[in-house]
Ligand binder design. Sequence first.
Ligand code: NOJ
Length: 487
Amino acid sequence: MTVEAGLLDRRSWVSNAAIYQIYPRSFQDTDGDGVGDLEGIRRRLPYLRSLGVDGIWLSPIYPSPLADGGYDISDHSAVDPVLGTLADFDALLTQAQTSRLKVLLDLVPSHTSIEHPWFREHPEWYVWADGGPPNNWLSAFGGPAWSKDEHTGRWYLHSFYREQPDLNWRHPEVQEAIGQVMAFWLARGVDGFRVDAVDRLAKDPDLRDDHPATGPWLLPLPPEYGTLRHVHSRDAEDAHELVEVLRRYAREVALVGELYRPTEELKRFVNHFDLAFAFEFLFAQWHPRAIAPIVESAARLGRIAWVLSNHDFSRPASRLGEENLRLAATLLLTLPGAAFIYQGDELGLRDGPGIHPPFDRAGRDGARHPMQWDATPTGGFSSGRPWLPPVDPEHRNVEAAVADPHSLLTLYRRLLALRRSFGGEFEIVFVDESVLAYRRGQHTVTLNFGEEARGAVGEGVVVLSSEAESQPVAPPRGAVILQREGA
Ligand code: NOJ
């Protein structure tokens, strides 16, 4: 084996992996403070193992003033004391890896918290202007992307909240500093990183104005942010060179890129990543003729990580309706590439009401309510007062779903087990007004978006039906998978 092949092999696991996203503050509390912690995740590893996922991605675990739910980091090489200690992290990592679960951390290279010591100690690592905003760039969460620093009277750039100044990735010391952060976690043994906001690393060096939008973008944007075409405030021509720096520092571990871009526009980046998220399912019309082209183009591109939801968006149960969850699970877990499952989606958790005043000013609390482990009032999440209340543990919880052979969770388990036997080839074999069918090697998946039962496409024996039937029939808003005999 060549050295390069050997290195690649250390991360090839990710290309077809099923990865479970944990929002640590909302997964499992063990010290009664109402906030989830690393020890809670460690104790729940047997559940994740029995679900059948290959790994976990932890949303940020680092110290943070929580202006952006942890994506405003004040120390990249430490654990937030509310979540635990580095020793807790090491224990979690060791136990996960012993249970054959890989661990991806969230890497946030494009900005820090304004409370990060770097902001005062190394102001030159950030992007500044004198006398006022130098251009029309907007923050993704609304308002100008420039704010005045009251200490110096200068203006700093922030692509997100004003509490999150952007790092200047054109400064070699910034690259080195993030490289050291990666080295810190690599030395502890992590299996890779999900890289936040990759398309914000490279901005136009001349800070030219963005252009007015001429029509809607291919993915939805917040209304004010959508008034501009972000041609200079993100993704400068040389963006891939900066991404290459991340690749170098990541050495042999997996890198999953979060680029909020239509899949078609990911081409420039995917080579540096093992995977890039395809966000289209979060917004696509729930119709086979809308889903088919998305799948087709992503499959052509390769290196795709499919998602139905995450901590930023409405959950499938609320967005698509509970009647579509079995179909959605089958779609997510049978496509070529990797699949990311957001915690609680296997229970069909609905969006919660959030809380007043909100923790997240951009309105994303609803997707961050705690995991529901049992039917008690706090859902087994905490012995204290949860930072966000559980939504409906009496109706949906792990304990009940595990015991029910017809639950959505049981379907997730069966799909996760079956996907291990799928071949690499992928081909769409049928699309009409209700049905989308595709072949994965010897398996043919028939997804029925309609209200009437439909015959399974392809040949073979039924190896899975979303309604646990044994007939080669795709139930209404359900799915059936055939496997060619003798295969
Ligand atoms: C994407 C993260 O998923 C989101 O939660 C965060 O607000 C932005 N990046 C900025 O870090």
